[in-house]
Write a protein that binds this ligand. Structure first.
Ligand code: URA
Length: 479
């Protein structure tokens, strides 16, 4: 049996060095006892005794495996070093595949990695500094006490060094104390740390917390999951929480009774900037685009790149109405040119419907989306936005005077028929618009794109093609 002693500071880096040497020497995990701190003299056998001649070919872990293992090594479980060694040994010999969650030790390590990450996240969120330096010192000095679940000081504190690089601080945890002085971060074992007295920062935290708290949106379970009670004793603002929870219902009620309030001063400044509805008399299909671009009848327009007016012959018998431009339509300024448009084109071809003979437009003329990283995710327009944009659709309808309207999807159907009832029951049927123009109701092509199940998708597509065929035959029967 060989004991491997790891220092209390720099434990993970030391484990890595030792594990590499032992693995290269082919030492099986069962022969090792891992320990942090001072060695037990009788058990200790220095790893230096391993002869270089014993070393096997070095083995390289993937970066993500190494990161997971090193993170899990900050867990408090005393078995973590042996478990990690066993896992790396089996990975190196090909007896284990990284990511195989059916392997119990690996499953356990990944669970511990998650627990450590959560602990680090909480430490970043809940460390509260108190000022301790003299006011005229060149650098302000702060101290904090934090009790994490795991010995994570070395993993968590570099974050504070990058955040608070312009001041000196110490963060004491039960095992290690991080010290940041003149831009250098170091660690020492914690001995007799006594928290500094309360300072004005405490009041600042309490004021901030009291002001961001919205009693009408209180969810105690979400709050205590985000800010677990075990951290409360070191959070100055936590003393406010019980009182806030107790008084939340009456404060929320008072807020409701106080409504409606006057519009904010900002709203007063913005309203006059909203363009008046354009003069119907001077507007034509050709001049619609700039007027649409400027439209702020609802808020969607201010985020989109541009408005997308309808396109097609100004005397088309068929007007096809979709929901709203998508990402590509927003960038190109043309309707139905993205993935939904391509699917529409192929179905129309199959149904014998010539897209160029129809006027294609949308119920809503601007793209409504939610930014997610670099992507813009489609966001369905609400009924208010559909109604606000109807003015433009009505204008297009008055100009084109189609004999048949094809409503694709629920937003178009709502706009053209005024009814938001379930589309599934109405698809394939003909209803009437306010002015009596027939409205044939069908799916939106994006609905077909969203269906995951193959049979369902094939069936919906065949219904859609059937509806496009019906549109052409209705037009023919009208002639
Ligand atoms: N979806 C629509 O409803 N309209 C488009 O122009 C593109 C996608």
């Amino acid at each position: 049996m060989q004991m491997v002693c790891l220092p209390r500071i720099g434990t993970v880096a030391a484990w890595r060095r030792q594990a590499r040497r032992l693995l290269q020497a082919g030492v099986p995990g069962e022969n090792l006892v891992w320990q942090t701190g001072e060695p037990d003299a009788d058990l200790f056998a220095a790893p230096e005794k391993i002869a270089d001649a014993d070393c096997k070919t070095p083995f390289t872990l993937t970066k993500s495996a190494l990161t997971s293992i090193e993170t899990a090594l900050h867990h408090k479980d005393p078995e973590r070093f042996a478990r990690a060694y066993d896992i790396v040994a089996r990975l190196a010999s090909g007896r284990l595949r990284w990511g195989d969650r059916s392997d119990k030790p690996l499953h356990c390590l990944l669970g511990q990695e998650k627990a450590v990450r959560r602990d680090i996240h909480k430490m970043h969120a809940f460390v509260r500094f108190r000022e301790v330096g003299s006011p005229d010192a060149a650098r302000r000095a702060f101290a904090a006490w934090f009790e994490p679940d795991h010995p994570i000081a070395e993993a968590a504190c570099p974050f504070f060094a990058s955040r608070f690089g312009d001041m000196d601080w110490i963060i004491a945890t039960p095992s290690l104390t991080a010290r940041f002085e003149n831009g250098t971060l170091s660690y020492e074992e914690t001995r007799n740390f006594s928290p500094p007295p309360e300072d004005a920062t405490e009041d600042l935290w309490r004021t901030y917390f009291a002001n961001i708290f919205n009693p009408a949106r209180l969810m105690v379970s979400a709050m205590t999951s985000e800010m677990p009670r075990k951290y409360w004793k070191n959070l100055p603002e936590a003393s406010l929480i019980p009182g806030m929870i107790r008084t939340a219902p009456e404060r929320a009620l008072a807020m409701q009774l106080a409504m409606p309030t006057e519009p904010s001063a900002f709203s007063g400044k913005v309203r006059p900037m909203r363009p008046a509805p354009p003069d119907d008399g001077n507007l034509s299909l050709d001049t619609l685009k700039p007027a649409l671009d400027a439209c702020r009848r609802c808020t969607i327009g201010s985020c989109a790149t541009q408005a997308v007016p309808g396109e097609g012959p100004s005397d088309a018998d068929l007007m096809i109405v979709g929901e709203q431009p998508g990402d590509i339509e927003d960038l190109t300024g043309r309707p139905f040119v993205g993935p939904a448009g391509q699917l529409f084109d192929s179905c129309a071809e199959e149904a014998g419907l010539d897209r160029t003979c129809a006027f294609l437009t949308n119920a809503v003329k601007h793209f409504k989306f939610t930014p997610r990283g670099k992507r813009r995710l489609h966001n369905k327009p609400n009924a208010g936005e559909v109604v606000a944009c109807r003015w433009w659709l009505d204008f297009e309808r008055r100009a084109v005077k189609p004999k048949l309207l094809l409503a694709m999807g629920s937003s178009a159907t709502l706009s053209l028929t005024g009814s938001g009832e379930s589309l599934l029951q109405r698809r394939g049927t003909v209803e009437k618009a306010e002015d009596g123009t027939p409205v044939l109701i069908t799916y939106h092509p994006s609905y077909l794109l969203r269906l995951r199940e193959e049979t369902q998708r094939r069936q919906a597509k065949s219904h859609f093609i059937q509806d496009l065929r019906q549109a052409t035959s209705l037009l023919r029967s009208h002639d």
